[in-house]
Design a binder for this molecule. Structure first.
Ligand code: MN
Length: 209
C-alpha cells in the first residue's frame, strides 16, 4: 500500500479459479479485472491534474482528506478506498481452505470473543448488518483490542484509527453470480477461504510496530 500515482492493479496472488467452489472463477475475473480496475483508473484520473499528490500513498490519501484540494475529496475517498479495500480483500483470501487460525491471532480471538466460533458468529452478524454495499472488517484498536467494524460503500477503517487485519466485500458484485442474493451463503463460503494466516501477519506487524 506504499505505492503512489499512477496506481496499478496488482495481479491476484492466486489463479482466478483457485477459490472454487467457494468463489467462482467468473466472479473473480469480473471483480478483479473490471471492478478493481475501474477504481484504479478513476483514482488516477482524479489525481492527474494534481501533481502535488503524485507522491502520496494510498494510506496518506485516505487519512488526510483535509489536505486534499477542493472538489477532489469525494472522488479520492471513493476511488482510493475502492483500490485499498479490494487489494486488502483479494490478498486476504487463500486457496488453502480451512486452515487452522494461527497464534497469536487465535489467542486474541479467544481473549476478545471467547472462542473462534463466537468470533465467527459475531463477524457474520456484523457482515449481514451491512445495509446496501460495504465491508465488514476484523481490526485492532490502538489499545490492542480486536474490533469488528463495518464500513459503507468504499469507506475504510483507517480514519477511525483502526488497524485492519481482514475484510469481506459484501457488495453484490462480489457474490451475485454464484450466490445470487444470498449473502449468508456467501459469508459461509468466505469463511473457508479467509486467510487467517495473512490476518495473523498483519497482527504481528501491528504488535511489532
Ligand atoms: Mn468489490
Amino acid at each position: 500500500m506504499n505505492e503512489h500515482y499512477p496506481f496499478q492493479n496488482p495481479p491476484l496472488p492466486y489463479a482466478y479459479d483457485a477459490l472454487e467452489p467457494y468463489i467462482d472463477e467468473k466472479s473473480m475475473h469480473l471483480h478483479h479485472d473490471r471492478h478493481l480496475q475501474t477504481y484504479v483508473d478513476n483514482l488516477n484520473a482524479a489525481l492527474l491534474p494534481h501533481p502535488e499528490l503524485h507522491d502520496k500513498s494510498l494510506v496518506f490519501l485516505l487519512t488526510h482528506q483535509n489536505l486534499l484540494p477542493c472538489g477532489t475529496q469525494i472522488p479520492i475517498r471513493n476511488n482510493a478506498g475502492g483500490v485499498y479495500n479490494h487489494i486488502f480483500y483479494f490478498s486476504g483470501l487463500t486457496p488453502d481452505a480451512d486452515r487452522p487460525i494461527p497464534d497469536p491471532l487465535s489467542a486474541f480471538l479467544i481473549e476478545s470473543f471467547q472462542s473462534p466460533e463466537k468470533f465467527k458468529e459475531k463477524f457474520k452478524a456484523a457482515t449481514l448488518s451491512v445495509f446496501g454495499s460495504g465491508y465488514a472488517w476484523l481490526t485492532i484498536e490502538p489499545t490492542g483490542r480486536l474490533c469488528i467494524f463495518v464500513t459503507k460503500n468504499q469507506d475504510t477503517p483507517l480514519p477511525a484509527g483502526l488497524f485492519p487485519l481482514l475484510n469481506i466485500d459484501v457488495w453484490e458484485h462480489a457474490y451475485y453470480l454464484k450466490h445470487y442474493n444470498e449473502r449468508t451463503a456467501y459469508i459461509d463460503d468466505w469463511f473457508h477461504i479467509a486467510d487467517f494466516a495473512r490476518a495473523n501477519e498483519h497482527l504481528l506487524s501491528f504488535l511489532h510496530a
